[in-house]
Design a protein around this ligand. Structure first.
Ligand SMILES: [Zn+2]
Length: 287
């Protein structure tokens, strides 16, 4: 659909990258490169969109293997050596379920950076990426059709959402074990606060409990509090829950205790902040 107009986008992204003002836009290309290198078994670092030493080393290994000039620079020949994962610049074609390529990897990275991670960043537009794409389309008031075209690309060129409400730490004292953002070949949608099992967990702001139960999908025992203005806080892997769905809480009220329920290797609180469904960095809202 309208491929000629979509072609304009890479130029826009390049311009933004040149000014250094668009974090996500500037790094989606590197993330796509990393996904390509990862899929060829040449890179095992995080898909973080940052061209560090490990990424450059992997590019050289690919160049050596492909018998092209070994300069560590991912030019056209190098991208060709990535096969289907090096093809299709981001924005050059509409993307829908079943598509594979450089642009799909960039889309996955952009969706994650905008608060809609979809599992492994692998350059393959499967069920999870399709679902994340539709959630993002709804969030950004683009037609919800599961096709990333001009409207979706334009919405992704906007900066990622940020929290607007001030929050308190849900654990005190808190130690951040794993921050929000790229983690391995995935994107961590919250922060992990490491604390012994049984450590009290407090509401980070006043609001209404909208979930207080076991939750499928690795969350374990989960509490979700709605603070109004479209903002919610999520507290996952709890060992126990001390509140009921539907009750109103003040900030600092105990909602449960730290545990390792669901997909957790050890006791910690996975704390997440969502703005109309988009995951945002909780550290931006905490003192
Ligand atoms: Zn976590």
């Amino acid at each position: 659909m309208r491929p000629r107009r979509a072609l304009v986008l890479p130029l826009v992204l390049a311009a933004l990258a040149a000014t250094g003002s668009a974090h996500a836009a500037a790094t989606a290309r590197v993330a796509a490169l990393q996904v390509g290198l990862y899929s060829h078994g040449l890179y095992r670092g995080p898909i973080d969109g940052i061209a560090g030493p490990a990424t450059r080393r992997a590019v050289r290994r690919l160049q050596l293997r492909a018998r092209i000039a070994v300069d560590g620079v991912p030019g056209p020949q190098t991208r060709r050596a990535l096969g289907r994962f090096g093809r299709h610049p981001f924005g050059s074609r509409p993307l829908r379920r079943g598509r594979i390529g450089w642009d799909v990897a960039a889309l996955q990275f952009e969706l994650a950076a905008h608060g809609f991670p979809s599992g492994a960043l692998d350059g393959i537009l499967g069920a999870r990426t399709d679902a994340a794409l539709r959630r993002f389309q709804k969030w950004s008031a683009v037609r919800v059709d599961g096709v990333a075209g001009r409207g979706t690309f334009a919405a992704l060129a906007a900066p990622p959402p940020r929290p607007t409400l001030r929050l308190s730490w849900p654990i005190q004292p808190a130690s951040v074990g794993s921050p929000f953002g790229p983690r391995g070949d995935r994107f961590h949608s919250g922060i992990d606060l490491v604390a012994p099992k049984g450590t009290p967990v407090y509401a980070a702001r006043g609001g209404k409990v909208v979930w207080a139960d076991w939750a499928e999908g690795g969350w374990g025992f989960l509490v979700v509090v709605d603070h109004g203005d479209g903002e919610r806080t999520w507290y996952a892997h709890l060992s126990r829950i001390d509140v009921r769905k539907g009750v109103w809480l003040d900030v600092g009220v105990r909602i449960g205790a730290v545990g390792a329920t669901g997909d957790a290797t050890g006791p910690h609180l996975h704390f997440e902040v969502r703005v109309r469904g988009a995951s945002v960095d909780p550290l931006l809202a905490l003192p």
